[in-house]
Each structure stands twice: as structure tokens, then as C-alpha cells.
Design a protein around this ligand. Structure first.
Ligand code: ASP
Length: 289
């Protein structure tokens, strides 16, 4: 039997000018739920989807219900999910009109031979799957980040979960509203497998931060490559991949768990809403150091 582990994030956007008590309280509740699922033998893939769905619905983070509109006032969302044992993955980009982008990503993985569907095609597919729609966007969305981004500022938010289950199976899921007031059609790292999300037999990773830099550094897959080829520990690999992204000029963080049941949540931004639970007894819910 493997050692189970779970980590979650609510984005690397926090600033010390605000407090995050509601976010941390909600995450602590979810963490207990996810830990109980894993302890009871639930598959990592279902646990990460359950966690991300609840984070989307909470409206507390810039994802799902808490997402912010793009520069045209449209809510365009990105999400992805990956299953470590099979390396199957599903993703949606610039999805409009669906309540749960992560449910749409899971359907792409389970019901199509594809990995990524975008825009109108992604929305039509999700509707055809019977997934819940947003009937009245202004009433439904409660943007978690109401602060308008300054010109050129890459203010952002995301949610994610990674897990290792009792069978040693790894999975990762990430969902986002992306950058605040983003250019219509802009797609970040979140739906790009290898950039914002990755899971294989070694590690599961979910990233948050300025997506353009995470794409250019291929951060999520780089964590696994460092563990594989350079034989780095989980902690060294995660910190190294993040440092490479930071050298390009970006900021953000990631959460990762290994097949050995270790967890790490490094970040190089001001804060990152995050939570960890491991079978080894680690419990942590934090936003800053
Ligand atoms: N990485 C996300 C994006 O660029 C934003 C975030 O994580 O805060 O779309």
C-alpha cells in the first residue's frame, strides 16, 4: 500500500493587504473531506476533481464562480485534468457558459480521443454532455478578485489539486479564470498539459501564476523531468522548476505530490493559498509563510 497525500491551491495572487480567513476556512473543510476520501481508498483522479469542483463553486478564488471577466466582459475559463497511471488528460480553453470547467475537462478526457478542446467547440461539447450551464452570467459569477488590474499588471488567480492515493496512483487538476481583464481569446498555462498541469508515475503537479512564464518554462512537466533524469528529490525538483520560471521574469507557485506520498508547495509570489494533508500526518492550511 502506498502512502496517500493531497495538496490544493487557491492561486498565487494573494497580497498582504488582505486577509484570507474565509478561503482558509473553506480549504480546511475541503482538506478534511479529501483526506477522508483518500484514507477510504478513493482514486486520486476522483479526489482531485472533487476538490477542484468545490473550489470552483466556492466563488472564493479566481476560477469557476469566482472568475473575473475578460476585457470584453465575457467569462472565458480554462481547466485541465491528468491521470498519472495512464497519462490520459483532458482540457478546455476559453470555455464560455459552463459552470464547471473541470467537469468539461474530465469529459474531454473520458469521452473523446482528444486532449484539448477550445472556444465554441468546447462549449458545444460540454453542453452536449449535459453539463450544467450558466444561464445568467452577471447573477452567477461573483468575481473573487474585484480589484482592477493596473495596465500591464498580470493579476491572476487559479485553483488546483494534486493527489496520490493508497494504490500509489497520482492525479492533478487545475481550473482558472486566468488573468484579470485578459485579452479575449488569451489562453494561459492551465489547459496546457505539461505547462500548468502534469501527472505521471512519479509526480502530480498543479501550477499557479503568470501563465505565459509557466508555458515558456514548461514548469509542471519539468518537475517530473528533474526527478527522472537528474534524480532530484520532489522538493528540489519543484523548487528548481519554479526558479527557472522566475528567471524568465514570472511569479507564482505550484503544488506537487510524489508517488512516495510526499507533498511540497513552493511559491515565489507574495503568497499562495494552499493546503496539504499526508498520511504521514502533515496538515497545513496557509496563505503566507
Ligand atoms: N496561471 C493562470 C493563468 O495564467 C493564472 C493563475 O494561476 O493565477 O491563466
Amino acid at each position: 500500500m502506498a502512502q496517500w497525500a493531497l495538496a490544493m491551491h487557491g492561486g498565487a495572487g494573494p497580497t498582504r493587504k488582505k486577509t484570507y480567513d474565509a478561503e482558509e476556512a473553506h480549504m480546511a473543510e475541503l482538506l478534511a473531506q479529501g483526506a477522508a476520501m483518500l484514507a477510504g481508498g478513493a482514486p486520486a483522479l476522483d479526489v482531485v476533481q472533487t476538490m477542484v469542483t468545490a473550489l470552483e463553486e466556492s466563488g472564493l478564488h479566481v476560477a469557476g464562480r469566482g472568475a473575473s471577466p475578460n476585457a470584453d466582459g465575457i467569462f472565458e475559463l480554462d481547466a485541465s485534468i491528468m491521470d498519472g497511471p495512464t497519462r490520459k488528460a483532458g482540457a478546455v480553453a476559453a470555455l464560455v457558459g459552463l459552470r464547471s470547467p473541470i467537469a468539461a475537462a474530465r469529459a474531454v478526457m473520458d469521452k473523446t480521443p482528444h486532449v484539448l478542446l477550445a472556444g465554441a467547440g468546447a462549449a458545444a461539447f460540454a453542453r452536449a454532455q449535459g453539463l450544467a450551464e450558466v444561464d445568467d452570467p452577471p447573477a452567477y459569477y461573483t468575481p473573487a478578485a474585484t480589484r482592477p488590474a493596473a495596465p500591464g499588471e498580470l493579476a491572476h488567480g487559479t485553483v488546483g489539486a494534486v493527489a496520490c492515493d493508497r494504490e500509489g496512483r497520482l492525479a492533478a487538476a487545475t481550473s482558472t479564470g486566468g488573468l484579470l481583464r485578459k485579452t479575449p481569446g488569451r489562453v494561459g498555462d492551465v489547459p496546457l498539459i505539461g505547462a500548468g498541469t502534469w501527472a505521471d508515475g512519479r509526480v502530480a503537479v498543479s501550477c499557479t501564476g503568470q501563465g505565459e512564464y509557466f508555458i515558456r518554462a514548461n514548469v509542471a512537466a519539468d518537475v517530473s523531468a528533474r526527478m527522472h533524469y537528474a534524480r532530484q528529490s520532489l522538493h528540489a525538483a519543484a523548487a528548481g522548476a519554479l526558479a527557472d520560471m522566475e528567471r524568465l521574469g514570472g511569479d507564482g507557485g505550484l503544488i506537487a505530490v510524489s508517488a512516495e506520498g510526499e507533498a511540497t508547495t513552493p511559491y515565489v509570489s507574495e503568497g499562495m493559498k494552499r493546503a496539504i494533508a499526508t498520511q504521514g500526518g502533515l496538515r497545513e492550511v496557509k496563505t503566507f509563510r
